[in-house]
Design a protein around this ligand. Structure first.
Ligand code: AMP
Length: 375
């Protein structure tokens, strides 16, 4: 059990990797996107996966690992897929309408194409499954919430797991004794308070919409805004969904589709771009302060994912004014670039600030191999 085929199936794309879990060596990797659109390589997910398998026909594959976004209350750990598990994931579609249905297409296509191989679902929510009740519950009617599975689940868990382990290894300290805040800042973005390797609070909620300002998602917003827009601006449910998930965040504030576009526009002197970044950073600092309190102190602040690993402006702005928490950045170290874990805090600062590359595909492969080995 060494070579795992990892599939990350989105609504219009399939990302894949074949990886050796012992050496982390990548035998094949790539993406098929714009599935179903004119000119795309694949008319549907099944043909995309068939083409991917053709690309590495000669490679050894021992198992398949699938990234599934929402595990709901039922899937709290990586799970070997059978028909019943497949139905269980299907039943979670209402909680994650944008994310779980494509994951399910990936499972079905891969099981049809590779019926002899064990397949495992690795859930983004699993790392947060044991969130303390006080962090997990929304303050609404308990019975109604329980009946509908309305609670904070949290996401990016696969990333938090590998990044928190890498951070502890970098610091050469046991994960079990560290209090850290990890900021997974990609196109989607979230924060997690991790105590002794366990998630005790996280900014995404029942869905990935809550929390930080993201590429196209609003993050936190007064829920009454939705009621107001329904009553007074004539927006219906689907329009609100599109507004908050696709037309908000950095895009809604500035018209730029991502952080790189935004920072380029700021360099070019664009006022609305600067304002968008200020709002983004204000929310980040808000969560850093909150999670320092939730953790009762802090040993490390860790930046990861596309923005966290690459944007020195965001890292620098996120800790501005937070010296009182022990957060002091070394701007020379912050300006350096490298693909490996590194420290960017001042050498005499009490809290380590780290940049740690995430690798969700490798972690999915490892968890896939681990559950199968434990069978
Ligand atoms: P991810 O979702 O982890 O792939 O991250 C994607 C995000 O990372 C996008 O918002 C990109 O604009 C951002 N990103 C990548 N490289 C840079 C960079 N050098 N500076 C700022 N943002 C970046």
């Amino acid at each position: 059990m060494r070579s795992v085929f990892v599939l990350n199936t989105g609504s219009s794309s399939v990302k894949y990797r074949v990886v050796d879990v012992e050496t982390a060596e990548v035998a094949a990797t790539g993406v098929i996107d714009r599935i179903g659109e004119p000119g795309s390589e694949a008319r549907d997910h099944r043909s995309a996966i068939a083409q991917i398998l053709n690309r590495f026909a000669g490679l050894r594959i021992d198992a398949v690992g699938h990234r599934i976004v929402h595990g709901g209350e039922r899937f709290v750990t990586a799970t070997v897929i059978d028909d019943e598990v497949e139905r269980g994931i299907e039943a979670l579609a209402p909680l994650a309408p944008l994310h779980n249905p494509p994951g399910l297409l990936g499972i079905r296509a891969a099981r049809a194409a590779l019926p002899e191989l064990a397949q495992v679902a690795v859930f983004d929510t699993a790392f947060h499954a044991a969130l303390p009740e006080a962090a997990r519950r929304y303050a609404i009617d308990t019975e109604l919430a329980d009946r509908h599975g309305i609670r904070r689940y949290g996401f990016h868990g696969t990333s938090y797991r590998i990044v928190s382990e890498r951070a502890a290894a970098f610091l050469d300290r046991p994960l079990g004794e560290l209090r850290m805040i990890v900021l997974h800042l990609g196109n989607g973005a979230s924060a997690a308070a991790i105590a002794g390797g366990r998630s005790i609070d996280t900014s995404m909620g029942m869905t990935p919409l809550e929390g930080l300002v993201m590429g196209t998602r609003s993050g936190d917003i007064d829920p009454a805004v939705l009621l107001y827009l329904q009553r007074n601006a004539g927006l219906d449910t689907d329009q609100l969904d599109v507004l908050l998930n696709r037309h908000s965040g950095i895009l809604g504030l500035s018209g730029h589709i991502d952080m790189r576009g935004l920072t380029d526009a700021i360099d070019a002197g664009e006022e609305s771009a600067r304002r968008a970044l200020d709002i983004y950073l204000h929310r980040l600092r808000h969560y850093i302060g909150a999670y320092a309190a939730v953790l009762g102190g802090l040993d490390a602040l860790v930046f990861t994912a596309g923005v966290g690993e690459n944007s020195r402006e965001v890292r620098s702005g996120a800790v501005e004014g937070l010296e009182f928490l022990g957060l002091r950045i070394d701007e020379t170290a912050n300006a350096e670039r490298s693909g490996v874990a590194r420290r960017i805090s001042a050498s005499d600062a009490p809290v380590a600030i780290l940049v740690v590359p995430t690798d969700e595909e490798l972690q999915i492969a490892r968890e896939t191999a681990a559950v199968l080995a434990a069978r």
